[in-house]
Design a protein around this ligand. Structure first.
Ligand SMILES: [Zn+2]
Length: 213
């Protein structure tokens, strides 16, 4: 759907950034993102994603006592084009999964999703002492191929945790908008504010590359 003049006005700051055109903005508005993690981390990235115009964001949160109506209404006030709801399990996979493992319970919450959505594009962040972001744009490799990110016990939360969570949200946004260079599967490891990226290879023992599983 073409952007309305009101939307062009609203997103003009993004649209004028080289490489992020109106087409990318239309893709963002039409996209559906599954966002999983602890509420504190979800809240860190949510206004950024909503402000950027991700059309639908479904949230899976470790605690189910969170008042979603309050969050949803504040996000609606920020940008009425973006709809934030609790996750609704439908046969259609989301356009991308953004998983933020900021605690042991968040890791446990994310683990089953790595199987459920093994064919979806993923961005997964781990926020403990050696924080990292796994970018998996087109499985294989899937999150289970990148199991290093998910299996180790959660240690103490990194000082840079919030910054890494935001960087992960930026990667998810790039993936949904399809702008910039087509990203390959990568593990971005952080040491303070320095980062090092290496390729993630498919695990031959993983069935994510097989058809019909
Ligand atoms: Zn796999």
């Amino acid at each position: 759907m073409p952007l309305t003049s009101e939307q062009i006005e609203r997103y003009s700051r993004q649209i004028i950034v080289p490489g992020i055109g109106g087409i990318a903005q239309e893709r963002l508005l039409a996209s559906r993102l599954l966002l999983a993690g602890d509420m504190r981390d979800v809240e860190t990235v949510l206004s950024y994603l909503v402000g950027a115009g991700v059309g639908r964001i479904e949230v899976v949160c470790a605690r189910d006592d969170v008042d979603f109506s309050e969050i949803a209404s504040s996000m609606r006030a920020l940008n009425a084009d973006s709809h934030v709801t609790p996750f609704r399990d439908t046969p259609a996979a989301p356009d991308a999964v953004l998983a933020i493992a900021g605690s042991r319970s968040a890791l446990a919450l994310i683990a089953p999703l790595t199987t459920r959505f093994k064919r979806a594009p993923w961005v997964a962040a781990r926020l403990d002492d050696r924080p990292c972001i796994a970018v998996l744009p087109a499985p294989p490799p899937c999150p289970r191929c990148a199991r290093d990110v998910f299996v180790a016990a959660f240690r103490s939360r990194a000082e840079t945790a919030d910054a890494v969570a935001m960087a992960a949200a930026g990667e998810a946004l790039k993936m949904l908008a399809g702008y910039g260079e087509k990203p390959g599967p990568a593990l971005i490891e952080f040491d303070d504010y320095n980062s090092l990226s290496r390729e993630i290879l498919p695990d031959p023992g993983c069935d994510c590359g097989a058809k019909g599983t």
